[in-house]
Design a protein around this ligand. Structure first.
Ligand code: EPZ
Length: 430
């Protein structure tokens, strides 16, 4: 199992480049199921979750050619439209094949995704919406068995805002008979990315990116070529890295328009943030960091996927910062590891109270989930001494070559394979 060894104390400077959005790439790859033409996607990040999705689609009979500059997917023959548990258990987002499989083939057999470190992660709202569209869905032996002649348009109001629920049902609706109106939808940019691809494939969609999406079903979709948006969470992570290390860092190839809440919060915490261009944001230290509260909300609010990273910053801010996690029930796994490095954090239910500034010292710490990993790396960048961050495969799920990117911005970080086990290939799933 790979580990990072990080020596803290270096301000990050220069330019750091953002890869494509993992959480756009995953639904867009699943959208290829909806047509028997080839779909070409650009700017796909080379991360483990993408490799897992490639394996999942290939296991169903799709051809997926992952290249450096583009990914070509062909789902002409889906010889085995089953999302098997041994793959689904490693990545919950596998549930995103449910809607497209039912829409394309009239059937689907998808393993129920288990929970994960941050919560139970149910998909009841996906199921409820598909049943409203006429699918018959049984749950047995840990699998969802879905059947329908042809999905029909429906009026769906989500009980809770769900990102992949919105995406799953959007992919079901584009081939349904008649019109679908979905309300209380997720407004994340990744939903708009998926809708842009589907539209390029011939779908008729209005309102993606807003709370209400209207779809006019069509009988078939054709192939398309589409470039995935930049990863706003990777970009936000690098902005925090520039601020926490007291550096002067420009985050390039990003989409500043997707970073409003994160940039505003960093300014409130005392960093200097300048939008140099639509795809470039500069962050600089501007005196000591100041405590500022956050409360995670659906987009365009402060993202839950940035909560752990912000908490690392809050440990270095003067004063008391309240961190409220409103989206997931167990997303404070990073807290105890930060405390072991010297942070002063108390958790009470869904609120963590962070008192700073705390002097952090290097320790042996362990990743538990994707964004908690990022939090530990950020803390290690300012901790005194050499921190060993173990189980970085969690981080490899959603950050492409993170140690190379941070090193070229001045961080002292290196990746070590486990001395006693074969070096894990960067893309092998868990
Ligand atoms: C997506 O997960 C992202 N993953 C997550 O990013 C992100 O944290 C999350 O949205 C929130 O922004 C992908 O896009 C692949 P939800 P998703 O459905 O869709 C409850 C990362 O770090 N809910 O929006 O699974 C759910 O339990 C990952 O890249 C139901 O109750 O999240 C949660 O409390 C982590 N029933 C809330 O809604 C459902 O059927 C929001 O979940 C679906 C969700």
């Amino acid at each position: 199992m790979d580990r990072f060894v990080i020596r803290g104390g270096n301000p990050l400077t220069g330019v750091i480049h953002v890869s494509g959005a993992k959480n756009s790439a995953l639904p867009c790859m699943a959208a290829a199921i909806l047509t028997d033409d080839a779909v070409t996607l650009e700017n796909i990040p080379q991360v483990r979750d993408i490799e897992t999705e490639r394996r999942l689609l290939a296991s169903m009979g799709a051809e997926v050619d992952l290249r450096e500059d583009r990914t070509i997917l062909s789902c002409r023959t889906l010889s085995d439209p089953v999302a098997k548990y041994e793959i689904v258990k490693t990545m919950r987002a596998s549930a995103l094949v449910l809607g497209p499989l039912i829409a394309r083939t009239g059937m689907a057999r998808v393993a129920m995704p288990g929970g994960c470190a941050i919560g139970g992660r149910p998909i009841d709202l996906h199921i409820k919406g598909l049943e409203k569209m006429g699918a018959e869905i049984a749950q047995e032996h840990g699998y969802l068995e879905a059947r329908v002649e042809r999905l029909r348009g429906a009026h769906i109001v989500f009980d809770k805002i769900t990102v992949t629920g919105t995406e799953d049902l959007l992919m079901a609706a584009v081939l349904a008979e008649g019109e679908t109106l979905m309300e209380n939808c997720a407004r994340e940019p990744e939903v708009a990315d998926l809708a842009a691809l589907l539209t390029a494939m011939g779908a008729r969609i209005e309102g993606a990116g807003t709370g209400s999406i209207r779809v006019e079903g069509v009988s078939s979709l054709h192939g398309a070529r589409y470039r995935i948006s930049p990863d706003r969470i990777e970009a936000g992570t690098f902005l925090v890295a520039g601020a926490i290390t007291g550096g002067d860092l420009t985050v390039a190839n990003c989409c500043a328009a997707h970073l409003g809440a994160v940039m505003a919060k960093l300014e409130e915490a005392g960093a200097r943030v300048d939008v140099l261009a639509p795809d470039a944001v500069r962050v600089r230290a501007d005196g000591p960091l100041r405590a500022a509260d956050i409360s995670t909300e659906e987009y365009p609010g402060f993202p839950t996927d940035m909560q752990a990273q912000y908490m690392a910053l809050a440990t270095q801010a003067e004063g008391v910062s309240l961190v409220r996690e409103n989206i997931f029930e167990n997303r404070f796994m990073h807290v105890q590891e930060l405390v072991r490095m010297g942070a002063n954090i108390k958790v009470d239910g869904s609120t963590a109270t962070v008192r700073g500034p705390a002097r952090l010292s290097a320790a042996a710490v362990m990743c538990s989930d994707l964004r908690a990993s990022a939090s530990l790396v950020l803390a290690a960048l300012v901790a005194e001494g050499e921190t060993v961050v173990d189980r970085v495969y969690h981080m490899d799920r959603g950050y492409e070559r993170i140690e190379e990117k941070l090193s070229q911005a001045g961080a002292q970080i290196q990746r070590l394979g486990n001395l006693f086990a074969p070096r894990e290939r960067a893309h092998s799933a868990a």
